[in-house]
Structure formats: C-alpha cells, structure tokens
Design a protein around this ligand. Structure first.
Ligand SMILES: Cc1ncc(COP(=O)(O)O)c(C=O)c1O
Length: 399
C-alpha cells in the first residue's frame, strides 16, 4: 500500500473509498484460527468471523491448500464451459440441502445475487406480488433492497421493485397477505441483521402450509443461517419443512465470494436456458473453496460443534452477572445478546479495547457469529473479555 508518511490509514481510507463505506474499526493485517491481528500488532479474538463468513476461522490450511491448488490449475472459465469443482459443488449442495436429484443449483457471487436469482425465480410464476418480513435484511442491490424490511435502508433509493410487501412476522399477518397473486414469501429463518431475532415458534411450518395452499413459493434466505452455523447445514432443517428454494452465501466458501440459489422439486423447472447467469457464477476458484470448506465442516464434525458450543456459549452468557444482559437469542453459533439499555455500540467498542470483536447489530443487540471451529479456550476467553466490556459499558452508562 502506498501511504504518505503524513497521513494515517484512516485518512487514506476516507479519501480513497466511496462515501458509502462506514468508518472502519481497525485495519486488519492477518488472521489465524479464531484470531486476527491489526497493523499495530494488536491481537483480537474474532467472534464475528466476517459476519458469519469465516466458517473455518482464518487461514485454515484446508482452505489455503484448496484455493492455492485451484488458482494454479484453473481459476476461471466463462459460462460457455463447465468445470469439475462447479459440478462437485452443485451436487454437494443438492445433497446437504436435501433437495436431492430434483434440486437445481444456480451459482453466483454474493448473498444479494442469490436473492436476485430468487426474485427472478418468483417472477417466473407469472404472479406479481412478493412478501417479505418487516425488519428483514436481504441485501443492498435494488432487487434485494426492495425485499429488505428496513425502511431506513430503502427510502433513499426509491422507487424500488413494485408489488413487494413487508409484513409482520406473525402467522396471522401472513395468512392475511397471501392470495392467488402472491409469487413468493421470502424469509430468514433467524433475522440476523435485525440483531439475531428468532421467528415465532412454528412460523416456518405454518408458512409452509399456507404458501402451499396458495400456490406460493416459500423461499428461505439462509445466507446468514446456512453453512452449518445453527448446528444443521441449514436452519430450516430443524423444522422438518421442505422449502421451494433457499438462498445461500457467506459461510459456504469461508471467505471467498460466492452465492447460490438451490431450488427444490417443481421450482427447479421455472428457469429455462439463458434466463439467468453471471460471469463469475460457478467460478472454479470459488467452487473449489466451497467444496473444501463444506468438506471440512463435514469431516471435522463442525455441525455438532456449532450446536454444542452454541449451547455452552448461550449458558455462559446467561450466567454473566450484568444488568445489561436481558436475553440471549438465536441458535448454534448465531447468537444475539439483547441488552436492557441502548448501549450496544459502547459494549462493542469496549470489547475491541479488550481485544474482542463482536458486532452491535443495533442499539440493543450484540451479534456473535464466531468461526465454527471455536473451542473451550476461545469460549473462556470470550466470556472473560465480554464480561469486561459489559462492565465498562455499564460504568460509562451510569456516569
Ligand atoms: C440474511 C441476509 N441476506 C442477504 C444478505 C446479503 O448478502 P451480501 O452482503 O453477500 O450481498 C445478507 C448479508 O448480510 C444477509 O445477512
């Protein structure tokens, strides 16, 4: 990097990067396992993992080897050609989602692109309306933003897609909104960006029944909840339902950009040749990374680790003696700590100062999404540092 001696990296960042980027918390230089180091050599325990992306932590040898080998063999081909990693990944995704032989896979580059593919899939039903939930997050491209249920994010970019309705996260609201003109309901099994907020008990099961009755597609946004984060490959698998499609991204390739839409059953026939595509979609490098990460999650028993560590972590957070901890939400290693005061920013800053990365998802929610490889040592260190951060924020609040 070229840096003038007179300016800090913060100044250089601000002057060079688009104004849409928020001020960075630190400049990171390297990572290993559940830890990262900044340019000043400060070490942080990373309990955010690139927002549920670094499933195997940082610089995992399996990912490093797979990406290095693939880039030295065949990094990219256009959509005019197939590659072995691409086909292997599509087959693997059909298996781990349960879509099986009737399933089909579209490969793209990000979560928003997976949602864009889902919107186009919904359009193929010929029905105009799409439903999503208030406070949901589905991405920031114009289509995915249209579905995102946070008015503050949408307002500056209207007009967005027509016929998208944001409804309450209740079965009653869904029953009221559904009808023969609704193409799809798009939902996150746990609302991650909203601060890791669970859906009401039985919501997915009821949504499956209601959407089936109305001939509406049930499309799940598993971008944050997928790739083993909640203790099963995908969160919906804990409810026993079968969706029509799921959007996935983030953690499936451990940090290499990727996104995918997997269709189930009849929804697999909606797209016809030439109706969707992307230059980098199914890129052998990203596909090799995903195959390596998903293979390691399977072989190293990381689904079980996510489930068991999630239970341990939740119990340990609930046992912290702090008036700020009001509730612990989420499942597996996607955890939201609900605070009794709007001091999440203070808690996250105090955590950074103590050498711990967590995320203030909103004023009253701390989001945790550690790597799926997290173990006893890191959990003990997390509790110690998080307790310190809560104390610091409490003291600042009462001053
Ligand atoms: C549930 C959900 N959907 C969609 C997205 C958008 O993904 P991306 O940022 O890769 O476009 C995100 C990103 O945070 C997400 O959490």
């Amino acid at each position: 990097m070229t840096r003038s001696k007179k300016t800090s990296w913060r100044d250089d960042f601000t002057t060079a990067m688009m104004g849409s980027a928020p001020a960075p918390l630190a400049m990171l230089e390297r990572g290993a396992g559940c830890y990262v180091w900044d340019v000043d050599g400060t070490k942080y325990l990373d309990f955010l993992a690139g927002i549920a992306v670094n499933s195997l932590g940082h610089a995992h040898p399996v990912l490093v080897e797979a990406v290095s080998r693939q880039v030295g063999t065949l990094a990219h081909v256009s959509n005019y050609f197939a590659s072995a990693p691409q086909i292997e990944l599509a087959q693997r995704l059909r298996r781990i989602t349960g879509a099986g032989d009737g399933g089909r896979v579209f490969l793209g580059n990000s979560g928003a692109e997976a949602i864009e593919a889902a919107i186009k899939l919904a359009r193929r039903t010929g029905r105009p309306r799409i439903l999503s939930l208030i406070n949901s997050f589905h991405g920031r491209t114009m289509g995915s933003l249209s579905l995102t249920g946070k008015a503050a994010l949408r307002e500056d970019f209207e007009p967005l897609l027509p016929n998208v309705e944001h409804i309450d996260s209740t079965i009653e609201a869904l029953a009221r909104a559904l009808g023969p003109d609704v193409a799809a309901l798009v939902v996150e099994p746990i609302k991650g960006e909203a601060g890791v907020v669970n859906l009401p008990e039985g919501y997915l099961e009821a949504a499956r029944e209601l959407t089936r009755e109305n001939g509406t597609l049930l499309i799940l946004d598993e971008i944050q909840t997928g790739a083993g984060r909640t203790g099963t490959w995908f969160a919906f698998q804990q409810s026993g339902i079968v969706p029509d499609a799921i959007a996935i991204a983030k953690g499936i390739a451990g940090g290499i950009p990727i996104g995918a839409l997997v269709t189930f059953g009849a929804a697999s026939d909606l797209f016809t040749t030439g109706q969707h595509g992307s230059t980098f979609g199914g890129n052998p490098l990203a596909a090799a990374a995903a195959n390596a990460v998903l293979g390691e999650i399977e072989h190293a028993g990381l689904l079980d680790n996510a489930r068991v560590r999630g239970i341990e972590l939740t119990a340990a957070i609930e046992a912290i003696d702090s008036p700020l901890v009001a509730e612990v939400r989420g499942r597996g290693l996607l955890i939201g700590v609900g605070l009794s005061e709007p001091v999440a920013q203070k808690v996250a800053s105090a955590a950074m100062a103590a050498g711990l990365i967590v995320n203030a998802a909103n004023d009253t929610s701390i989001r945790l999404a550690p790597p799926l490889i997290v173990g006893d040592v890191e959990i003990t260190e997390f509790i110690e540092k998080f307790t310190t951060a809560l104390k610091t924020a409490s003291m600042e609040t009462t001053q």
